[in-house]
Design a protein around this ligand. Sequence first.
Ligand code: UD1
Ligand code: UDP
Length: 370
Amino acid sequence: MDKKIKIALVFGTRPEAIKMCPLVKKLKENPKFEVLTIVTGQHRQMLDSVLELFDIVPDYDLNLMKPNQNLWNLSSDILLETKKVFEKEKPDLVLVHGDTTTAGLSALSAFYGRIKIGHVEAGLRTFDKDYPFPEELNRVIVDAVSDLMFCPTDRACENIKQSGITKGIYKTGNTVIDALLYVVENKKADLDFIGLNPNLKTILLTSHRRENFGEPLKNICYAIKELVEKNKDIQVVYPLHLNPNVRNTVKPILENVERVKLIEPLDYAPFCSLMKKSHIILTDSGGVQEEAPALGVPVLVLRDETERPEAIQYGGVKLVGVNKEKIVKTAQELLDNKDVYENMSKAINPYGDGKACNYIEKIIEEYFNM
Ligand code: UD1
Ligand code: UDP
């Protein structure tokens, strides 16, 4: 048999794991590939829970997370530690995902090692280097050094073409839909432990972005407080991200508010069930903006810009920003106006058909003439 193509998938945070684990599984089924899973451990508990869900044991765990880590140390650790693994394993192709520090620095490390690079979830842009910070720069860096770019949408492909790159750009859909369908079909999740009141409408909230730390996150919390005080028929669930910058801001404002539940981060399967059960989702998360339209749940995005404008065009998502009055007004309209609600919940999901991993597999085979 011809030599197998050695593919190293590198990831480190919760969202990367959710979107890369289905691809690890898919590529491992292909006898032409030798697949290596390398996790940086940029996240620890939130990464491990996803690996467990998908039954994936990494070949290398760099275990890099430090409490309240900073971008400088994490970046240099990723660069130096991935170098050692790449030098030892000599992969033919390194796959990274999205826009985290793990993605940016692992791609740069592979580039320095003259290894071919594939970018999963390529081409997302706000064209503003400060929003989201530092993710927009990571996207640009990864696409600049990539040989293969797997874009979720036409628009993402166009964004890369605009930068002058012409080769290696493919539309595949987003692997998050593959992950979501796999979990919804195969993993049962029990939400009883949250103690939701079945007679109340559930609003799901997640917020964790660096550019929302401080005042914007406080505004979001005060908006939630006002909404539950005004609407006795709603309850809010906020699975708190483990980043201390989030927890230290949110807890003093929302800890003892009636009908607000601050809970620990949920494993992916119960989180999918909770999204499905929710009446409205308020979020600054990237992944949730993609998943909720596939589940038919209206989303209000707590940011001023998004690199995911497709679902806004299709109608399932609204960009609300971080102004307290605007958040309250928009959420109230969704609660009160049935037509507005129905239009949002019936919108189409623009992020793929759940077969992104198959398309990526075929593109890699063709690239290596297999
Ligand atoms: C990171 C990504 C962000 C992504 C987010 C997904 C960067 C710069 N940021 O942000 O793009 O949207 O992940 O959630 O790459 N922590 C734990 N346990 C965990 C995870 C985090 O304790 O499992 C705490 C640690 O104190 C850690 C801190 O959170 O130092 C921050 O983690 P980090 O990955 O640097 O930033 P995030 O805000 O999670
Ligand atoms: N998610 C989860 N548990 C939670 C909150 C989110 O499993 O308590 C999932 C969510 O479904 C999505 C991903 O985590 O797939 C998004 O991660 P996050 O919001 O941390 O990062 P982002 O997508 O903004 O980079």
